[in-house]
Design a protein around this ligand. Structure first.
Ligand code: PLP
Length: 428
């Protein structure tokens, strides 16, 4: 058999699974029989460890009532800080620079409220036209709160191809009018990785504060936020980190900024030893914890205790290596098996710029996704014509990737997708 023939066989997929050093983690997840779940970049699956951690927090409520704040296996009063510590190595930060709190949108509001100080001619925020809508809405409303018109104070870097951004285009927009920059680390659609190090250096050269949305990179690729000197970052924990639907999010504040006042203050941002003095003058925590607001949503944070422990064990470098191997393999099979069809692989091809998923474009994408689901494959659809397929390192296999491409080939050959309407569902 030739090289191409060889990779097309299921034996090749099985061999890759045998060589996979992370393979044993799959057994720790709840995986529906016969179903191939490729949506871990939208909502990661439940693991037994995450479930156990949630039950343990419920148990301390059961046993201790109010005293669960300080008693039990994981005293609630310190849980956000503890989870921050457990997250730090995933983003290349110090434990004190990281806190589990809020949500992506809430944390973005908090951080912009703290770090956006329009001053002189620098009154604008720089973002990009491909960003996730909630980030844009949050930036618009923060501008409005400062009495600035978002129509001319939110500058959005344009994409030439509608899929990716060029760092040089972003840097070219870092003018004297810009006071703050907020960008994604990985674009949610095409999965493009932006060069955080380069963008941060360019922003700082012009005295601009820069923060990143890590929703699509945390738990999927390594980061060195402190080394790169990023000012702040924020993320959700329910995608690659498998914290569960609506899991509490996280934020990072560079230690250079410790002492900066939270834009939206609340008593959980207090120094822990002062919080219950109940004074009306807030004495804020001396670390990223200062950016917390109210009582943490403990039941939505608890699963992370189990989940983050698995990431520590697996190692983010191993996760990244397997993720690239999975997406390389998926793209090779798509190239070979679906060349007759009108799919465009629209994610960056090189490793340096490719995030954790494959992004296919097809004019029938909405109904192809429905046909995939009817075939027990869970992708996600992004309007108007995108199919995201995320083979996740901790629980997907090479055999599943192989099987996915086989079923997709049948769907296309038999035109199965024509049985469905080419229209998105309410939650796509
Ligand atoms: C998933 C995602 C969000 C979600 O924000 P929530 O506040 O958690 O609803 C925001 N931004 C990006 C880039 C995302 O990928």
């Amino acid at each position: 058999m030739g090289a191409e023939q060889r990779i097309l066989s299921i034996d090749y997929a099985r061999k890759l699974d045998e060589q996979d050093v992370l393979a044993h983690f799959r057994e720790e997840f709840y995986i529906q029989p016969e179903t191939i779940y490729l949506d871990g970049n939208s909502l990661g699956l439940l693991s037994k460890r995450a479930e156990k951690a949630l039950l343990s927090i419920l148990d301390s409520w059961k046993q201790y009532g109010i005293d669960g704040w300080t008693k039990g296996e994981h005293p609630w009063f310190y849980l956000s800080e503890k989870l921050g510590e457990m997250t730090a190595s995933l983003i290349g930060a110090e434990p004190e620079e990281t806190i589990v709190t809020g949500s992506t949108t809430v944390n973005l509001h908090q951080l912009v409220a703290a770090f956006f100080h329009p001053n002189g001619s620098a009154t604008k925020i720089l973002a990009d036209e491909l960003n996730f809508p909630t980030d844009i809405y949050a930036l618009q409303s923060q501008l409005t709160l400062k009495g600035l018109d978002p129509n001319n104070h939110l500058v959005k870097v344009k994409s030439e191809d509608g899929r990716t951004l060029k760092e040089e285009d972003i840097i070219a927009q870092m003018s004297e009018e810009i006071a703050l920059i907020v960008l994604p680390s990985v674009l949610y659609r095409s999965g493009q990785i932006l060069d955080i190090k380069r963008l941060t250096a360019a922003a700082h050269k012009r005295d601009i504060v820069i923060g990143f949305d890590l929703c699509h990179s945390i738990g999927s690729i390594p980061h060195q936020l402190s080394e790169w000197d990023v000012d702040f970052a924020f993320w959700c924990n329910y995608k690659h980190l498998n914290g569960g639907p609506g899991a509490v999010g996280g934020l990072y504040v560079n230690k250079r900024h410790f002492g900066v006042k939270p834009g939206l203050a609340g008593w959980f941002g207090s120094r822990k030893d002062k919080q219950f003095d109940m004074e009306h003058t807030m004495i804020q925590a001396t670390h990223a914890g200062a950016f917390q607001m109210g009582t943490p949503h403990l039941l939505s944070a608890a699963p992370l205790l189990g989940s983050l422990a698995m990431f520590a064990e697996a190692g983010i470098e191993n996760i990244r290596a397997k993720s690239l191997q999975l997406t390389d393999y998926m793209m090779a099979l798509i190239d070979a098996e679906l060349k007759q069809e009108d799919f465009t692989i629209a994610n960056p091809l090189n490793h340096q710029q490719r995030g954790g998923h494959v992004y296919l474009e097809h004019r029938e994408a909405a109904r192809i996704c429905k046909a995939l689901k009817a075939n027990n494959i869970i992708p996600d659809f992004r309007a108007p014509n995108g199919i995201r397929l995320a083979p996740v390192a901790l629980y997907n296999t090479f055999t599943e990737v192989w099987e996915t491409v086989q079923r997709l080939k049948v769907i296309m050959n038999e035109e199965q997708y024509k049985q469905f309407e080419n229209k998105r569902d309410e939650v796509a």
